[in-house]
Design a protein around this ligand. Structure first.
Ligand SMILES: Cc1cc2nc3c(=O)[nH]c(=O)nc-3n(C[C@H](O)[C@H](O)[C@H](O)COP(=O)(O)OP(=O)(O)OC[C@H]3O[C@@H](n4cnc5c(N)ncnc54)[C@H](O)[C@@H]3O)c2cc1C
Length: 393
């Protein structure tokens, strides 16, 4: 049975309003910034100016309720607003829905005391502050926060925190962090080991070690060393032992928004691919008419129901009647080959920045299944899965 992807009318209405605003105001401003090689200050000034326009259009804080000057959207509308904003680079900042603040705001709304809301949520909701969320650690698997090693120990009216975090987005320049630390290492269930704390930044004991290189270069995803950091008891966010629950509450919607922003970005690349294939002429016909291109690119259907502006019904477009198999930006880059080999290609087509080649450290070398099995046998002696608490190497 076919799945009906039609959006409810209220969701479609808000999606189209965001699309129109991004097309009319944000994209032209962004193109101007890019063409002029603008510096960070110019970006900030442009975003601040566009924010006033977004507020006037009622496109501000889509993730917050009206009493916090928000649009009061549910998860479906939020997903499509994120996708529309993600069709530009600065769009999420313009509507104050940029990661990680967009995830931290509803978290504070749900978990903070009235005093904490005034001190931490208010400036975020007004676009006057930035924040970060510090949970993942290099020594243990981020997907299992029961393993967190950062410890908070009660000392009088304070907690003393020691630990190590990494990939903490937005850490440089953040006014505060929501920090997850282990307060009760023997708690049962293990999900009750962690608590969350509000940490004003910058502060002694919180060191930004470096901005970690990712596939997209450096983007303020930082390594943090925490040494004898003192946090007052009234800065605990939520109850003692509720850090895991709070993380779950935060990460669901925040991950959805992340994914939808990338879908918005990939949609733009697909549209460029379609446009290129349907206008570029070579060897007697359009690229779209070449058999190989036709076969490959028709597998790239619009990624979201709102994709391709709803103008091209999925079953009618020659290039768009099957589920996507390759990432849109990659195929779009191939079709724009001459333009996209360089980093001055249009933003959605830009290849990941090349990184300096160097040998990986011995303990991070990629392993094939056979090597994994061998390592496992070496550890356990009999080939049983080496689960428990032991890393394989
Ligand atoms: C750009 C970027 C920004 C980030 N920002 C933040 C941030 O702001 N704050 C923060 O706290 N963290 C942040 N993170 C960290 C992110 O949350 C972690 O990378 C994520 O939780 C995964 O943890 P890990 O990297 O330790 O991988 P691991 O948990 O070690 O997982 C390694 C691999 O194993 C797979 N895996 C894990 N469990 C299973 C299973 N049960 N079955 C099969 N496969 C499994 C995973 O999918 C993954 O491929 C960021 C990461 C990146 C890359």
């Amino acid at each position: 049975m076919p799945v009906d992807f039609t959006l409810p009318p209220d969701v479609e209405e808000v999606r189209l309003r965001v699309r129109k605003f991004m097309d009319a105001e944000v994209r032209p401003a962004e193109e101007k910034l890019e063409n002029n090689g603008a510096d960070r200050g110019e970006y900030v000034r442009t975003i601040v100016g566009l924010r006033e326009k977004a507020k006037a259009e009622g496109l501000w804080n889509p993730h917050l309720p009206p009493e916090w000057d928000g649009m009061g959207l549910g998860p479906t509308a939020m997903a499509f607003v994120s996708a529309e904003a993600g069709r530009t680079g600065i769009g999420p900042f313009v509507i104050n829905a940029q990661a990680p603040d967009e995830g931290n705001m509803p978290t504070l709304l749900h978990w903070a005391t009235p005093e904490q809301k005034e001190q931490y949520l208010r400036p975020l909701a007004e676009g006057r502050a930035r924040s970060c969320f510090a949970m993942t650690e290099p020594e243990v698997a981020g997907s299992d926060p029961t393993l967190i090693q950062t410890k908070a120990v009660k000392d009088g009216d304070d907690w003393v925190v020691n630990g190590h975090k990494w990939f903490i987005s937005g850490a440089k320049g953040a006014n505060f962090a929501i920090l997850i630390a282990c307060t009760d290492e023997n708690a049962d269930p293990p999900q009750a080991r962690n608590s969350a704390f509000l940490v004003d930044l910058p502060v002694e004991g919180w060191e930004v070690v470096r901005d970690i290189d990712t596939m997209a270069g450096r983007g303020n995803h930082c390594e943090i060393r925490i040494t004898d950091l003192r946090v007052a008891d009234d800065k605990m966010l939520g109850g003692r032992g509720e850090g895991h629950l709070l993380g779950q509450y935060r990460l669901g919607p925040a991950r959805l928004a992340h994914c939808m922003r990338w879908i918005g970005n990939a949609e733009v690349a697909l549209e460029m691919l379609m446009d290129r294939a349907l206008t570029r002429f070579a060897h007697g016909s359009l690229l779209a008419d070449k058999q190989a291109i036709h076969l490959q690119d028709r597998e790239q259907a619009p990624l979201s129901p709102g994709g391709l502006d709803g103008q091209v019904p999925r079953r009618q477009h020659p290039l768009a009647h099957r589920r996507p198999r390759h990432p849109g930006p990659r195929r779009a880059r191939l079709l724009h080959r001459h333009a996209a080999g360089a980093h001055d290609a249009p933003r959605p087509l830009r290849p990941p920045r090349r990184r300096r080649r160097r040998s990986p450290p011995p303990d991070h070398r990629p392993q094939h299944g056979r090597d994994l099995q061998r390592a496992r046998e070496h550890k356990t002696g009999d080939g049983r899965p080496a689960v428990e608490d032991h890393p394989l190497w």
